[in-house]
Design a protein around this ligand. Sequence first.
Ligand SMILES: N[C@@H](CCC(=O)N[C@@H](CS)C(=O)NCC(=O)O)C(=O)O
Length: 202
Amino acid sequence: MYTLYYKPGACSMAVHVVLNELGVPFKAINQTDLKDPEFMKLNPRGQVPLLVVDNEPVKEGAALITWLLDEHKSPLLPTSGLERAKALEWLMWCNASLHPACSRIFGLSKMGLDAEITETLNKAFSAQVQVLWDEAEARLGTTKYLAGDSVTAADILLTVIANWGLPRTLGPNVKRLIAEISRRPSYQKALQAEGVEYKAAA
Ligand SMILES: N[C@@H](CCC(=O)N[C@@H](CS)C(=O)NCC(=O)O)C(=O)O
């Protein structure tokens, strides 16, 4: 039995969608208060996603997604060869390049910097995020999905991040992909359960 701790619409939603895709039993807990002492006992970093597997807390979204898909033998992560390499490449790109670039913008307001510096950094960080969205756009101009011909977990994480409401311009190929992925029943179910509206594909 799995227990997922999530914050509505956050990166944890990708794990939520994956659990729905797998059709396995799980409990989902809305952990909007990430400083809650009981939650901090499970994850002293105060972050989601957190998945409790047989009473053991496991962190790091990309690791959780990889492990869950392997464990339950899902086609959302090919098992070998170049197909697996590309699927992992783009899952990690979302998790380790795009996500942290967005997090730098979210983190600015918590840094207590003066308004002018915050504005300068915001512009610089936003430009870095745009470069990454442009990279995804270029990739999706040559392939149907991020990893190639088949949908993978990378497409799910990209679709989650696209909905974070940061200033950026999404190209037609990214919009095509996120519109398709956000229509999947697994995605719709997670949106409904978390109370999130999907606006990015508009
Ligand atoms: N490397 C971690 C990053 C997790 C992370 O940054 N989670 C965000 C939500 S997307 C979070 O919990 N931030 C703390 C907050 O919102 O206060 C992972 O991929 O699981």
